[in-house]
Design a protein around this ligand. Structure first.
Ligand code: HT7
Ligand code: ZN
Length: 855
């Protein structure tokens, strides 16, 4: 398949300032008539090339004249029309069958609705068009459909006209005054009910807000609506950005390849990021709704008003928007806990990506299938880059930079370079070296060594950076790495002020004076840079930081490192004493000054996957055994504490306040340790929590705890859960996911059975992710040495590729990590990758991921 290179970008030959679309909607046969006004860009004689994907033109007209066969041609899937003048009107007619569109790209049917997904290249599955984000057009959209099946007709912008037609049909026209790239086009037709509200903008305009769902789901939309209004107010307050249309609609659909889509004025959401009530949604789900609603809303400026010139610039909108939604969520809840959660996601998803065969820079140089580049690197590492810029500038200068960026590029398709320049000029900073973060893949390692000179009373901090080779980038240049650093006096338990150290060379040393005694190093506080720090700190020093560090992230990090040292040591056969860990957990869990939500984060053992990432070669069985044993010892040694917490953190009635959420989080960890301790009443306590809970957070957590163990209560709880929620797809997903993620010796076989369950289907991406996505993230079960786990995931990829290649391709990366495992597992993993690659008719989505994974 063709490789697209960033360096090959050239401006479009033709612009399309206006487009009018007429849809005659029907699930089996939809007609799309598109009228494009096109203008030649500069002096050239190249024809107009309109992208298509699976389309055949039924009519082609130029300036009102029907063209004959030889006057246009197909080049592959594209329609080529030679044009004599510099401005023409092109009209095409095509027919689609949305009900047969299982890829969920373009126009498709979902649960009785017709809806669209155009990013990145879905618009070409709807009509012939130059499908690239630097073509900005004004859209006028007319939809005609059966009035009973599709009473609601929505598109971008504002509704302008509607009417009835004979034969029970009706129509509606929407106009979007803002020129936009075609990936932001959307329409929805269906029998939907509206949760309506309004928002008065900072300039006093009233915006009508609508969240459209199936009627029975209306009671589950309150949280999403509140999140939307909070986001609108936050973007005005923090970035000075106001909403620009009179209407903002959101539609929830059940079948969706991603989380949501920021179509101008008509966001389309995976229903799991809209619907929430205490009976079916966990606190994590509630936070997910808030974050994704905010993310899509923030795209109205970072993505829609200023869009991307080409898909290599994807992080321009995604990294910046993730940074914005992370800060919004932090402002809505706890900054400390949000930072810990975000770093955990970054390390789990992005660090793994950066150290494997699919590593790529935040601004990639080439791709085969752009859908494969909606990655943790583009999104989460991209957000970290913006966070570093914000840290180096400080809030006021960062705001000056973002104001300049938005004002300068409003209405344009911009590049990452445009963003960096605006930050340099608006913020008054030189980012020449910093640009390497956009260019170089791989996670930098920073080695930190502290040398104390008692005679001079100085401390020298030596920092050495190195960036491992990544595909196509064997040698790296030093990065500009901002490291928030503090040196703690052991005697007083405090530091004398934090410094922002800029590490810009391969090796650099910093000297601090006035230290009679050797201090303790606290570095990369707040996780100020997305790097791996290697600092030789003793268990005593880490225990000190876990008790005294005033930066919550650094405190959490010290605690995690304490645990990692014990566990990694034990996997390597050393008998490292767990005393420091148990004491630190006890002291943290009983510190009355700490927020329970923070305590819950700090006392949780690092995941098996994270432990694997700390080792040269991952040994899933040894990691599981070591972690399980330590969990049991912590459970046993602190059993009275866990009982106390479990009893004291029980709420009287449900609330979504941060305090109530924190209490649930801590209570759930206490239950986990209690059950892990092996105490006789552990399973019955878990079952009671499962049974009596008035909210899904406690119910699912109890279920997950039971699912890890062999007990009668496990089976009973799983049955009850299934019978209670079998008719609610999003909650049934949790039943699949909990079992697939369980730390249970039979998980591989259970997942095989679940794949044959009548409620399992490959046609719904949420269901696939619940079973196979969760399973592939379950290190112990997926890497079962029989290779059965690999085979099941490969079978799923092969079958799913024929239905939904995008979702299939997203299951491939776990198999691509074979280099990190022993020879036996590596051979089995490679064999499955080779088997997938040998499949006839493989999509380019899967072929790219699997092909690169084998290299
Ligand atoms: N910008 C949106 C990306 C997206 C997407 C990409 C590929 C295939 C399907 C998709 N649905 C949505 C989501 C976002 O980042 O906001
Ligand atoms: Zn986004």
């Amino acid at each position: 398949p063709a490789i697209i290179h960033r360096q090959d970008y050239s401006p479009p030959d033709w612009f399309v300032p206006e487009i009018s679309l007429d849809f005659t909607l029907d699930p089996a046969s939809t007609q799309v008539r598109a009228t494009l006004s096109v203008t030649r860009n500069g002096a050239h004689e190249r024809p107009l090339i309109l992208d298509g994907d699976g389309l055949s033109p039924m009519e082609v007209q130029v300036d009102g004249r029907l063209l004959q066969g030889g006057e246009w041609m197909m080049k592959g899937d594209a329609l080529v029309i030679p044009l004599p003048g510099d401005a023409h009107q092109i009209e095409t007619l095509v027919e689609l069958a949305p009900e047969n569109n299982s890829k969920l790209m373009g126009l498709y049917a979902s649960g009785g609705l017709l809806c669209t997904q155009c990013e990145a290249e879905g618009f070409r599955r709807i009509t012939f068009f130059p499908d690239r984000p630097d073509i900005l057009s004004r859209y006028s959209v007319c939809m005609e459909a059966d009035q009973t099946r599709y009473p609601i007709l929505l598109s971008n912008g504002d509704p302008v006209e509607q009417g009835s037609l004979p034969n029970g049909r009706h129509w509606a026209r929407w106009n979007d005054p803002f020129p936009k790239p075609c990936y932001l086009f959307a329409l929805v037709a269906g029998d939907l009910s509206c949760k309506a509200d309004s928002f008065v903008t900072m300039s006093g305009r009233t915006v009508r807000l609508g969240i459209w769902v199936k009627e029975g789901d209306l009671p589950r939309t309150d949280h999403a609506m509140q999140a939307l209004k909070n986001s609108m107010a936050w973007d005005e307050r923090v970035y000075g950005r106001e909403y620009d249309l009179d209407v903002f609609n959101i539609v929830a659909v059940a079948d969706f390849n991603f989380g949501a889509m920021e179509n101008k004025g008509l966001n389309i959401f995976n229903s799991r990021y809209i619907l929430a009530d205490p009976e079916t949604a966990t606190d994590i789900d509630y936070d997910g709704v808030e974050a994704v609603v905010a993310h899509e809303y923030f795209h109205n400026w970072s993505g829609n008003r200023v869009t991307c010139r080409d898909w290599f610039q994807l992080s321009l909108k995604e990294g910046f928007t993730v940074f914005r939604d992370q800060n919004f969520s932090a402002d809505m809840g706890s900054h400390a806990v949000k930072r810990i959660e975000d770093v955990r996601v970054l390390r789990a998803a992005q660090f793994q990506e950066d150290s494997g065969p699919l590593a790529h820079p935040v601004r990639p140089e080439s791709y085969i299938e752009i859908s494969n580049f909606y990655t943790a690197t583009i999104y989460n590492k991209g957000a970290e880059l913006i966070r570093m810029i914000a840290l180096m500038l400080g809030p006021d200068r960062f705001r000056a930079g973002s104001d300049l960026y938005f004002d300068r590029h409003d209405g344009q398709a911009a590049t990452c370079e445009d963003f960096v320049k605006a930050m340099e000029e608006g913020g008054g900073i030189d980012l020449r070296q910093f640009r390497r973060w956009y260019e170089q893949a791989g996670t930098p390692h920073v080695r930190a060594t502290l040398r104390h000179d008692p005679a001079a009373q100085t401390v020298e901090l030596l920092l050495e950076q190195s960036i491992p080779p990544t595909p196509g980038q064997p040698d790296k240049q030093p990065m500009a790495i901002p490291l928030r650093t503090a040196l703690f006096d052991r005697a007083v338990g405090r530091h004398r002020g934090e410094t922002l150290l800029m590490l810009t060379q391969a090796q650099q040393s910093f000297t601090f004076s006035g230290f009679a005694d050797a201090p303790i190093l606290s570095i990369n506080r707040g996780f100020s840079a997305p790097v791996i720090v290697e600092a030789d700190r003793s268990q005593t020093e880490l225990a000190f930081l876990s008790a005294h560090d005033d930066d919550p992230f650094a405190r959490y990090e010290a605690m995690q490192q304490l645990m990692v040292n014990v566990l990694v040591g034990r996997v390597a056969g050393q008998n490292i004493d767990e005393g420091a860990v148990v004491a630190a957990i006890r002291d943290t869990a009983t510190d009355p000054k700490l927020d329970p939500a923070f305590i819950a984060e700090a006392i949780r053992l690092p995941s098996e996957a994270y432990l694997g990432d700390q080792m040269a070669q991952v040994d899933p069985d040894a990691i599981h055994a070591a972690r399980d044993a330590l969990q049991q010892r912590i459970g046993q040694q602190l059993e009275p504490l866990w009982r106390d917490i479990h009893a004291n953190m029980k709420a009287n009635g449900f609330s979504l306040s941060p305090a109530a959420k924190g209490a649930r989080k801590l209570r759930n960890i206490a239950l986990l340790y209690l059950v892990a301790s092996g105490t006789d009443d552990g399973p019955t306590m878990a079952f009671s929590q499962f049974d009596e809970a008035d909210n899904m957070t406690e119910r699912q957590s109890a279920l997950a705890t039971l699912a890890n163990n062999i007990s009668n209560e496990r089976e009973a709880a799983l049955d009850i859960f299934y019978n209670r929620y079998r008719s609610d797809a999003l909650t049934l997903d949790k039943w699949f996911q909990t079992q697939a993620f369980a730390s249970h010796p039979d998980t591989v076989d259970l997942v095989e059975e679940l794949a044959r369950h009548p409620d399992f289907t490959l046609s719904n991406p949420n269901r696939v992710r619940s079973l196979f996505g969760a399973f592939a993230g379950n290190q112990w079960a997926f890497h079962h040495k029989s290779g059965k786990g690999y085979r099941m995931v490969a079978d799923c990829i092969i079958a799913l590729d024929k239905i939904n290649p995008q979702t299939a391709a997203r299951l491939a990366p776990p198999l691509g990590r074979w280099r990190r495992f022993d020879e036996g597992r590596a051979v089995l993993m490679r064999a499955e990758l080779q088997r997938i690659l040998a499949e006839p008719g493989l999509s380019k989505d899967v072929a790219e991921q699997v092909g690169k994974s084998l290299n």
